[in-house]
Design a protein around this ligand. Structure first.
Ligand code: SF4
Length: 893
């Protein structure tokens, strides 16, 4: 691998969401790297959200897996690769090809993905490779294929700026695709006539931009879009010219009229008011340019595929597709979910957008010179782990993902892993919830250390480039897979680098596909790309036949046998489960602004860790009162499948009867917060995508005997506490705590926790026996070494000011005296929980400034405090604070 000279910035791609932002990594004069948005990259044009901005904080090697490891022993690559190859080979020889499986990830680069799929489907001869992207967008794949004949995203990001109406369905883009959200916000500012509709049961940060928020009943999206199709038809809004490119309209219309006959019926079915529904329909019909972005609120349901087609039907009917400013646009969750679709890493696809048809099997087998192609689809993610549990799959290779945290019914996944005879894990982390079950751990290169390509939600291929050397024994995933393949005796895996793999991948896309007429996925000229040109490859959109195309289907040209797009008659289905007396709430799960997946990267960043530092349950205040839980208290969340212990956040944006919990925390970062252990394993029958958005649950208060927190320069553990959460801070580590039994001697408890051996630190302690509050601070060489605060209730000091004291080389007398009081004193209030991650501006600081300096806009806040002026991810929260604490507008009086 040719690394650039350390003085040069390196252009690469963000490893988080499917927006696929270009990032320039700049070496810092002293040490480390700083991420800046690449102004030339078409996805982000220089912007980055908070996660991308703080990538430089995530590059450290602590807790990395840096050596191969076989059955408890650190070993060399030869031994580990031989063990993996022999284990797979013996399993196949004894139990057949379908007894092995790969579970891979949208974090892999396309080249890694390609080699893994080739090994499984082309050489092992099983379809058993599935990706965690199954959990994020497989319902869109089904919807696209049914309507267009191929898995094609017809629109591009530029359309968001050209649209008259942007509809965000089941998407909290402000937090989950923040740069796309900013592009929409900017366009709306420049074109005030543009409208934004947000369709989501929750009032999320995205609603700050909405001209119309539609808080529909969970699971009723199909009714809303069936109603739209019916309404468009009744009022004559068909695009008759466009309809000649389509077929099977009549059954779809009949079904729409039957299922959603008029505004009143739709309003009742979706629990909305009629005006809201009518306004939405009217805007859709009368705006020439409409983009519908949809994401996990649509995908992650047990009828996600049908919901996708209900949306596509409306765009086909009105011809709002393939033209500038028009089209359905599914937002993929992961950086390379789309790349996985290209290489066939979904169990029911072959490579290069081919299927398990006899012709495609022959074609791909011929290209790979395969000894025995898989002849039928393999197991989809949830089924795959059921097969591991039942013993049908006896050897499992997990790459770059953490299913013991992220799959639904995650406790069952753990049991399956614990009983699987051979678990191989390729990982960057020394220990994850999944790798603890591994017999073989293979150290994989991390972002920043590996080279390859990723494809974003608008079909744009971008290079990820290495700017760091491979640490320890870590190796790129493609290399690891190719080595195992060779040791299993397979030919065709002697790649000398990712460029060679990419050329093969591109060549396969062109096989028997002249000018991309047979299949949409066509990489044309890239099949002959040189190593040098691959190194320099600029972001490019496929199909490339021969030129890149931004949009598809403006004049039909679908990839169906007759070239016409298909309407699909939709019969709405309710969610797989319903609430009952025992399980009265609906649990919805998702992401938060500053964390990513199971936190292996983002939890390394102190700046990202403080926005929402603890796992929580968002609940409407009325429901909270009915359940007997309160703001900042702790609650037990339970379902028929599992439980979690979470901090309570009262949230008026939750519809009564629904609760929300983020999916990020795991057993390395919290005591009991794996929310996917609570989620039901129901899936969409067509796509296999799990229903993460609808699990019946109950919420009960969990009343600890004590609450507490500690801050320490050392990363401490408190596994004895019933509740703990580990939080990385800039100069210290934070541990939130609660326990079910009060201690006889708090001082002894604190000493055991803070210092296992005497390090000569000076102690300052305070115990108020009347209130039960205990506080202690330790000082070493004039610096604060650690402090702990314990009390019988949740009323403990705010953490921000205390945490900042760890950044000081020496404390002054006043600071030292104020520590046990837990606050800086009257004229210097605690800044409060961080809202603006980039400049560390806290909620209390913002509220005080809004009130005292009479700030009335986000720009005024920016001028005064700098908050919101860098990545912009906090702007929706600034808007909400202005609304809650700003001066009432005189015009409203
Ligand atoms: Fe990364 Fe943020 Fe861009 Fe997503 S929006 S790719 S997380 S910088």
């Amino acid at each position: 691998m040719n690394l650039p000279s350390p003085a040069q910035p390196v252009s690469t791609t963000c490893p988080y969401c499917g927006t696929g932002c270009g990032v320039d990594m700049h070496p810092m004069p002293e040490d480390g790297w700083k991420a800046r948005g690449n102004p030339e990259h078409p996805a982000n044009l220089g912007r980055l959200c908070s996660k991308g901005t703080h990538l430089g904080e995530t590059l450290g090697l602590e807790k990395r897996l840096l050596k191969p490891w076989v059955r408890g022993q650190v070993t060399g690559w030869d031994t580990a690769l031989e063990a993996a190859a022999t284990g797979l080979r013996q399993t196949i020889d004894t139990y057949g090809p379908d007894s092995v499986a790969f579970y891979v990830s949208g974090q892999l680069l396309t080249e890694d993905y390609y080699v893994a799929n080739k090994l499984m489907k082309g050489f092992i001869g099983s379809g058993n490779i599935d990706t965690n992207s199954r959990l994020c967008m497989s319902s869109s794949v089904v919807g696209h294929k049914r309507a267009f004949g191929t898995d094609t995203v017809p629109a591009c990001y530029e359309d968001l700026e050209l649209a008259d109406l942007v509809i965000l369905v089941g998407s909290n883009a402000a937090w989950c695709h923040p740069v796309l959200f900013q592009r929409i916000a900017q366009a709306r500012k420049q074109r005030p006539k543009m409208r934004v509709v947000v369709i989501d049961p929750r009032k999320t940060a995205t609603c700050e931009l909405a001209d119309l928020h539609i808080p529909l009943k969970p699971g009723s999206d199909s009714h809303l879009f069936l109603g739209l199709l019916s309404w468009l038809d009744q009022r004559g809004f068909a695009d008759d010219d466009y309809l000649q490119y389509t077929r099977e309209l009549e059954p779809a219309l009949r079904q729409a009229h039957w299922q959603a006959p008029g505004i009143k019926a739709v309003a009742e079915l979706c629990q909305l008011d009629k005006d809201t529904v009518e306004t939405f329909y009217y805007w859709f019909a009368t705006r020439e340019k409409v983009v519908t972005c949809y994401s996990q609120g649509i995908h992650q349901t047990s009828s996600g595929s049908d919901k996708v087609n209900a949306i596509l039907n409306c765009h086909l009917y009105t011809g709002k597709i393939g033209k500038p400013g028009c089209g359905p646009l599914s937002l993929t969750g992961q950086p390379n979910a789309m790349g996985g679709r290209e290489v066939g890493a979904l169990a029911n696809q072959l490579a290069a957008h081919m299927d398990f048809t006899p012709e495609d099997i022959e074609r791909v087998g011929r290209f790979w010179n395969s000894p025995g192609m898989a002849r039928q689809p393999g197991l989809k993610a949830v089924e795959l782990f059921e097969a591991v549990e039942s013993g049908q799959v006896r050897a499992l290779w997990i790459m770059a993902t953490n299913p013991a945290v992220s799959l639904p019914d995650a406790n069952r996944v753990r049991q399956a892993l614990a009983h699987c005879p051979l678990v191989i894990v390729s990982e960057t982390e020394a220990l994850t919830d999944s790798s603890q079950y591994a017999h073989i751990r293979l150290p994989a290169a991390a972002w920043g250390e590996k080279d390859g390509t990723v494809t974003n939600s608008e079909r744009r291929i971008s290079r990820q480039r290495a700017f760091l050397p491979l640490p320890g024994e870590a190796r790129p995933d493609w290399w690891i897979i190719a080595q195992v393949a060779q040791r299993m005796g397979y030919a065709g895996f002697d790649y000398d680098g990712p460029a060679a793999i990419f050329r093969e991948h591109a060549a396969l896309s062109c096989l028997d596909n002249p000018q991309g007429q047979r299949r949409d996925f066509h990489l044309g000229p890239l099949a002959a790309i040189s190593d040098e040109d691959y190194d320099r490859l600029e972001p490019v959109q496929w199909p490339l036949n021969p030129r890149p195309r931004k949009r598809l289907f403006a004049e039909g040209g679908f990839f169906t046998p007759d070239g016409r797009g298909r309407f699909l008659p939709i019969t709405p289905r309710p969610p797989a489960r319903s609430t009952t007396e025992a399980w009265p709430f609906i649990l919805n799960t998702g992401r938060i602004r500053d964390q990513w997946h199971t936190m292996s990267r983002t939890a390394r960043s102190p700046k990202l860790s403080v926005h929402l530092p603890e796992p929580f349950l968002a609940i409407h205040p009325r429901d909270a009162a009915a359940c007997g839980v309160w703001q900042d208290g702790l609650c037990q969340l339970e379902s028929a499948w599992g439980h979690a212990l979470l901090r309570v956040r009262l949230d008026e944006g939750q519809l009564p009867g629904q609760v929300f919990a983020p999916m990020h925390w795991n057993d390395q970062t919290a005591s009991d917060a794996r929310v996917d252990a609570v989620v039901s394993p129901d899936t969409d029958p067509d796509s296999g995508q799990p229903e993460f958005k609808f699990t019946p649950v109950r919420v009960t208060p969990w009343k600890p005997a004590w609450y507490g927190f500690l801050l320490s320069r050392r990363d401490l553990r408190a596994n004895d506490a019933a509740y703990w959460v580990r939080i990385r801070r800039e100069h210290c580590h934070q541990l939130e705590l609660a326990g079910s039994e009060a201690q006889e001697d708090w001082s002894a408890f604190a000493r055991k926790l803070l210092c296992s051996e005497d390090d000569g630190a000076q102690w300052s302690e305070l115990f108020d026996s009347a209130t039960g509050h205990y506080r202690a601070a330790r000082f070493l060489d004039g610096r604060l070494e650690s402090c702990i605060f314990i009390g019988p209730d949740r009323h403990l000091p705010e953490r921000e000011w205390l945490a900042r004291l760890f950044g000081k080389a020496k404390l002054d007398r006043n600071e030292r005296l104020r520590i046990l009081a837990g606050s800086p004193g009257g004229d210097a209030p605690d800044p409060g929980p961080v809202v603006c991650t980039c400049f560390g501006v806290g909620r209390n600081t913002l509220i005080q400034a809004i009130r005292e300096r009479k700030l009335d806009s986000v720009q005024a806040i920016g001028k005064s405090l700098a908050a919101g002026t860098n990545c912009g991810s906090c702007i929706p929260e600034l808007e909400a604070l202005l609304e809650a604490h700003g001066q009432p507008d005189a015009s409203d009086a």
